[in-house]
Design a protein. Structure first.
Length: 264
């Protein structure tokens, strides 16, 4: 083949497919959205502090899909409202609905994608290998107990074979996530991984472009970062997640540990 001639369609398709697979292996899915659809970035130096009292509540029109949902004023009431949920096609195949765990008054919330096999078996988010790493980030990195934060997922039931949740499944579960956020009213949320971040912020920008940059989610500071499962495959990027977590700690007024045990 003449190197100066353009590649045929089959070669182009194969090249694009290889490129997309490489992006997925690096934890990046999708292509950057146009600038007009990009979420609002909040530089740490200029963004105002948001207290629980000041954080904007989730508009009740988002709950219109499930009348009465907005009346759930506690997490226990919300869990009771969800009940033995049969609202999407994931319900028949689940073992347990995975609601969320942690401090209902937490200043810091972590939002992941969906339960895996271990989470489905126990009914608790982030309890497998990725969950153990998240616990290390919280307890050994941030220096607080896991029980002091709140942890949940966008989707409350495990998708088959851990595939990405589909749009109708997100639509069914999304009001419950937004109500959890509204009830807990954290000062900061850490979005874990491509899917969770894109689902919350309603963008298609790769996580590699979003991570480390503060976003605004209805008056609450939102920090995108890589998912712990990605870090298990790519441990070299743990330093990037630690940098993101340090920004969260600074915003919340938490001391940053130095090497050797001292803090700054």
């Amino acid at each position: 083949m003449d190197p100066s001639s353009p590649p045929d369609r089959r070669t182009l398709v194969a090249t694009i497919r290889d490129y997309v697979e490489q992006l997925r292996e690096e934890g990046m899915e999708g292509l950057p959205a146009p600038a007009s659809s990009a979420p609002r970035v909040m530089p740490a130096a200029s963004a105002p502090a948001v207290s629980k009292a000041d954080a904007a509540p989730i508009p009740t029109e988002l709950f219109s899909k499930y009348p009465g949902l907005e009346k759930s004023s506690t997490l226990d009431e919300l869990r009771e409202f969800i009940g033995n949920c049969q609202r999407c096609k994931l319900a028949p195949r689940r073992t347990n609905l995975v609601f969320g765990v942690g401090n209902p008054n937490a200043q810091l919330m972590f939002v992941g994608e969906a339960p895996g096999a271990d989470e489905d078996a126990r009914g608790e988010p982030f309890v497998g290998r990725a969950g153990q790493l998240l616990t290390d980030i919280i307890e050994r990195g941030i220096g607080i107990n896991r029980a002091d934060v709140y942890i949940c997922n966008v989707i409350k039931c495990r998708p088959p074979d851990n595939r990405n949740p589909e749009p109708d499944e997100v639509a069914a579960c999304e009001p419950f996530l937004f109500r959890q956020i509204d009830i807990v009213r954290p000062r900061a949320i850490v979005g874990l991984g491509t899917f969770a971040v894109q689902a919350v912020l309603k963008v298609k920008i790769p996580i590699s472009k979003l991570r480390g940059n503060w976003q605004d989610f209805r008056g609450i500071r939102f920090m995108p970062t890589f998912h712990p499962a990605y870090l298990l495959r790519t441990p070299g990027d743990k330093r990037l997640v630690w940098a993101d977590i340090q920004e969260v700690m600074k915003y919340l007024g938490m001391p940053i540990p130095r090497r050797g045990g001292s803090v700054s």
